[in-house]
Design a protein around this ligand. Structure first.
Ligand code: NAD
Length: 483
């Protein structure tokens, strides 16, 4: 078993040290101090993963879907029982507050439960007409790669959908946040998952992805992370024609129209944006405000944002903890400097907080010139840009003016405008008059450079199934149908 400071690999139903010898440090972002080590997988560990996953495929794919579902529901219950310990570990390695970490685990439990509850119905054959039946079957072994921002939710979602579909899954979780994968796998182990159905590895990300995707044993890739890495993995997966689910970056706009409730919209944006220190793929990053209300709205937004208390993640009075790693602080410094050098104004924040830990304050930049890096590159941190627009057409053009298409938000009471915005915003998810993220029961996917393939909902399980068309199907396949 992994302990709370030494994270091992889980291969063929057992915890083991990494064959690569060296392990990696795990850092607490609130102190910048190392508190643990994570194992590094060797090629021989990965070979063992593939072999045990391949061996377990026939058994798992042929296990009645009701049993697979029941196992997931049991695992969800076990994970719920470990929630306090798991949330404290997540907060220590990721930097999010304890409250946020508990909330994330509650969503992770919900994702596992939901997939468990759907497993049977999503594995059942259905008829198109009396002579033709569709039989869903497991696509095969899944290789899943998850990042460090929401490791409990993202690991839970990929593992649960694969398991529900009947697929063994090899998870490469983020080395910076290893405890979430370990806690979820422990819950699955206690619930009785057979050896080989789930594996957990850490190590050198490019080496691991190249090794796993280089094998034709792997039939599907599920990756959440940046667009450049997603593209690299899709290219490797093309060699073996592995199916891809890619949940990549975002640069989401919020359009605030003249008739919006200013206080409500300003506080909704401020509350949602700075969760997890702004390190969410669907966090808003560009606020576009009707010129007639721009000044007043900006004032209310600054007021709401300045109420956010930044501090240690385990302090109950903290609203926002540190960023997850030093790379994000460097990115915040670079994006802010570039915008300011081009003429942007810092309305609040804008400078690293002078204390140990990767602390960056909630930051609002106004008058940000076109061409600034922060308008093109996903900020992935607590920086918001705010600017006025003149016409609805300008707002739509500006909202759609990035290569990303993950989420878009807008505030207006006008039904006509609501219909138009839903039609014209290029994004996989749209929220009106509030901001909301992913849920277990709804499909979620980006468009444009934000990726493709669905996670969540029925589509998230179907992503790991082949739908076999059987012509001339008889009663034994679909007993409810007349011959
Ligand atoms: P990154 O793109 O190098 O890494 C993101 C994640 O992908 C990490 O967990 C990493 O271990 C993994 N990864 C990297 N290279 C890989 C490879 N070749 N094979 C398999 N996995 C690989 O960047 P980063 O510095 O860790 O994060 C910063 C950027 O990542 C942000 O700018 C943001 O765009 C993106 N990101 C997106 C999400 C998301 O939810 N969509 C989550 C985290 C990070």
């Amino acid at each position: 078993m992994s302990d709370s400071a030494n994270f091992k690999l889980f291969i063929d139903g057992a915890w083991r040290s990494g064959g690569a010898g060296a392990d990696l440090p795990v850092i607490n972002p609130a102190t910048e101090k190392e508190f643990g080590r994570v194992a590094v997988a060797s090629a021989s560990d990965l070979y063992d993963c593939l072999r045990s996953a391949q061996t377990s495929l026939v058994l798992w794919a042929n296990t009645p879907a009701e049993e697979r579902g029941a196992l997931l529901v049991r695992a969800a219950r076990i994970l719920k029982g470990k929630m306090e310990v798991a949330a404290a570990a997540l907060s220590r390695e990721q930097g999010k507050t304890l409250i946020e970490a508990r909330g994330e685990y509650a969503r992770a439990v919900e994702m596992i439960e939901w997939n468990g509850a759907q497993a049977a119905s999503l594995s059942a054959p259905w008829t198109i007409d009396p002579k033709r039946t569709i039989v869903p079957e497991a696509v095969g072994v899944v290789a899943a790669f998850t990042p460090w921002n929401y490791p409990a939710v993202l690991n839970a979602r990929k593992l649960a959908a694969s398991i529900a579909a009947g697929c063994p899954v090899i998870l490469k979780a983020a080395e910076e946040t290893p405890s979430a994968g370990a806690h979820i796998i422990e819950a699955l182990q206690e619930a009785g998952i057979p050896p080989g159905v789930v594996s957990l590895v850490f190590g050198d990300p490019p080496m691991i992805s190249e090794y796993l995707l280089g094998s034709s044993v792997v039939r599907a890739l599920s990756f959440t992370g940046s667009t450049p890495v997603g593209k690299q993995l899709a290219k490797i997966a093309a060699n073996n024609l592995q199916r891809c689910v890619l949940e990549l970056g975002g640069h989401s706009p919020v359009v605030v129209f003249e008739d919006a409730d200013l206080t409500k919209s300003a506080s909704a944006i401020s509350d949602y944006k700075f969760e997890c220190a702004g390190q969410s793929c669907n966090a808003p990053s560009r606020i576009l405000v009707a010129r007639s209300i721009y000044k007043e709205f900006l004032g209310r937004l600054v007021q709401a944002v300045e109420k956010i208390r930044v501090g240690a993640p385990d302090d109950p009075s903290t609203d926002m903890g540190p960023m997850a790693n030093a790379r994000r602080i460097e990115a915040m410094e670079r994006l802010t400097k570039d915008a300011v050098d081009r003429g942007a104004k810092v309305e609040t924040g804008g400078k690293r907080i002078d204390r140990p830990g990767y602390y960056w304050p909630p930051t609002i930049l106004s008058n940000v010139p076109h061409g600034s890096q922060v308008l093109r590159e996903e900020p992935f941190g607590p920086i918001l840009t705010v600017g006025p627009f003149n016409t609805i057409e300008d707002a739509i053009e500006e909202a759609n003016a990035t290569e990303y298409g993950l989420a878009s938000y807008f505030f207006t009471e006008s039904p006509e405008l609501q219909k138009r915005m839903i039609r014209e915003l290029s994004a996989g998810a749209i929220s009106l008059n509030h901001l909301k993220g992913v849920s277990a029961d709804a499909p979620n996917a980006g468009i444009k450079q934000s990726g493709y393939g669905y996670e969540g909902g029925v589509e998230g399980v179907r992503a790991f199934q082949n739908l076999k068309l059987v012509n001339g199907a008889r009663r034994w396949l679909s007993p409810e149908d007349p011959e």
